[in-house]
Design a protein around this ligand. Sequence first.
Ligand SMILES: [Zn+2]
Length: 181
Amino acid sequence: MRKCLLCNAPLKFIKFKCRDGHVCKSCYEIVSLNFTQTIKSKSYEELIQLYKHHDIFQEENSFEITRKINQLILFDDSRKRFCLPNHPKYSNENLKPEIFPFSIIGCCTIIEDEEILNEKNKCLGTIKVTIFMKQENPVSRDIYLVKNPIEINSIAFKTMQILARKIKEEIETIQNGVISC
Ligand SMILES: [Zn+2]
C-alpha cells in the first residue's frame, strides 16, 4: 500500500497528489493551509517545510487564539499577546511564527505600491503592513498581503486592502488600550 509522503500513514481512498507522491488527508489539511492552496505542483521539500512550520506553531500551545485576521495575525486576548504566523506566503523573511506581548506594540503602517503598466493601461499594486515593536532593540515585521503585483481594481486586491486596514485598526486599538473582547 502507498504511504503518505509526509507522515508515512498508509493511504486509503482519500489521498492528495503532489509532485513527488501522495499525502493523506490530515497532512493535506496542514500543507494546503486548510484547503486553501493546491499542492499538485509542490515538491516534497516544499511540503515538508510547510509541515514543519505547522509543527512549530502547534508547540506554542499556550497561545490561545481568541481572535484572528485570516492567517495573517492571531490574538490571545486573555494573555494579551499576539502571534505573527510569518507564513512564507505573507512574509519575505524565513521566520518561524512569533509571539509578542501587546505591551511592545508600536505603530503600524500600510504601504501600498502602485505601478501603471502602460501597454495594457493596467494599474498593478502590492500591499504590505508593517508593525513596529518597541523593545530594547526595536524590530519591525512586514506582512505582505499582496506580495506580487496584481491589478488594483481586482477583488483580490480590494479584499486585501480591507484586511490591511483591519490589521492596522486592531493594532491601534490594542495600542490605545481599548481592547474589547
Ligand atoms: Zn500524512
